[in-house]
Design a protein around this ligand. Structure first.
Ligand SMILES: Cc1cc2nc3c(=O)[nH]c(=O)nc-3n(C[C@H](O)[C@H](O)[C@H](O)COP(=O)(O)O)c2cc1C
Length: 337
């Protein structure tokens, strides 16, 4: 397996194993979320840079679930033409594109129009000055349905697949975590009950998009918080989703409060490169059948090739390196560093 050999994710054929990891554009129509011309041009540029697969920036499944006023969202069929053009801008370069679907939960700016801070339990974030609203049983059912409908719209718009955002402390991550999920009903109380939400989201999406449409997930390996998601719980989520038919698992870690620790900011600054979740990927890889994508801290061709050669992962995710150089995959293919 080499970096420039194809990667199969469900029925997606990526020409190489480099994945442009989800990167929020913060460029959607203000207070609405519909993709703009600027975003369509951005995806054409990234796709032309030779990457195997693009994951879009996180896209809210409802207007209330956006994190900020310029976040992308896909809660209306009216946005189908814009999303279709976005998908086509990538595919015109032979680059498949997957839309990342999210709900911000409590990690949102509640001062922005239409945004409603919600959480499985009313637990205030360390750096926030507001208390999120505890989700009612009917809100939970509605949000599951929002995820399913958004996935259906992505399929209609021609995206090659969708990715569930179950990382970085947003709503699904909040359900998975004992820190923010203190419920005692069907959705909380034990690790099995906490992961019932992502299972329900996956099932509802699958019902909407059919058996063959690729559904991927970005999953935290840990919350890096004493009360949050543990490595064992993360592994159990990966195994459950793998058994349910997830097309690929991308690994990340951390929640708003712990991102600087999870993303090893200090070490990265000193060394220039550090693979954040290599140890965790090695533990998870043998436990699942679907492709594993490892993202975080990877900056060089040599490291990307090493991770694949050692069988740590099947695909390598890049965010910041490609923000700086969207054509990095083409450069690496030509042997440039
Ligand atoms: C500007 C920016 C926007 C990001 N937006 C998202 C996002 O929308 N969804 C997501 O899952 N991760 C997002 N991330 C995290 C990246 O996908 C990635 O997991 C993280 O930056 C570590 O990878 P890197 O070292 O290659 O940058 C974002 C990161 C940055 C720097």
């Amino acid at each position: 397996m080499t970096l420039f050999s194809p990667l199969q994710i469900g029925n997606i054929q990526a020409r190489n194993r480099l994945v442009r990891s989800a990167t929020g554009e913060s460029a959607a129509e203000l207070d609405v979320g519909c993709p703009t011309e600027e975003m369509i041009e951005l995806y054409a540029k990234v796709a032309a840079g030779g990457v195997g697969l693009i994951i879009t920036g996180h896209t809210a499944v409802s207007i209330e679930g956006r994190c900020s006023d310029t976040m992308t969202a896909f809660y209306s069929d009216d946005f189908l033409p814009a999303f279709t053009r976005m998908a086509e801008a990538s595919q015109a370069h032979g680059t498949p594109i997957v839309c990342q679907l999210n709900h911000g939960g409590r990690q949102v700016n509640p001062e922005h129009k239409h945004i409603r801070p919600l959480c499985p339990s009313p637990v205030e974030a360390d750096d926030a000055d507001f208390l999120p609203e505890e989700l009612s049983a009917s809100d939970i059912e509605r949000i599951i349905d929002d995820f399913a409908k958004a996935a259906g719209r992505c399929k209609k718009a021609g995206f090659d697949g969708v990715q569930i955002h179950s990382a970085h402390g947003y709503l699904i991550s909040q359900f998975n975590s004992a820190l923010t999920n203190r419920r005692t009903d069907h959705w909380g109380g034990t690790p099995e009950k906490r992961r019932a939400f992502i299972a329900a989201v996956y099932r509802a999406m699958r019902e909407d998009v059919g058996d063959d449409y690729p559904i991927l997930v970005k999953q935290n390996v840990s919350d890096f918080h004493p009360e949050g998601l543990t490595e064992g719980e993360a592994l159990a989520i990966c195994k459950m989703l793998d058994e349910m038919g997830i097309a690929a698992i991308e690994l990340s870690g951390g929640i708003a409060e712990t991102i600087p620790i999870a993303f090893r900011e200090q070490e990265l600054k000193e060394k220039g490169e550090v693979v954040f979740f290599e140890r965790e990927a090695r533990a998870i890889r043998p436990e699942i059948r679907c492709p594993l994508i490892l993202t975080g801290g990877i900056r060089t061709l040599a490291t990307a090739e090493r991770l694949l050669a050692e069988g740590t992962c099947d695909g390598v995710g890049l965010c910041r390196a490609m923000l700086e150089e969207p054509d990095l995959p083409l450069k690496w293919q030509r042997g440039q560093q």
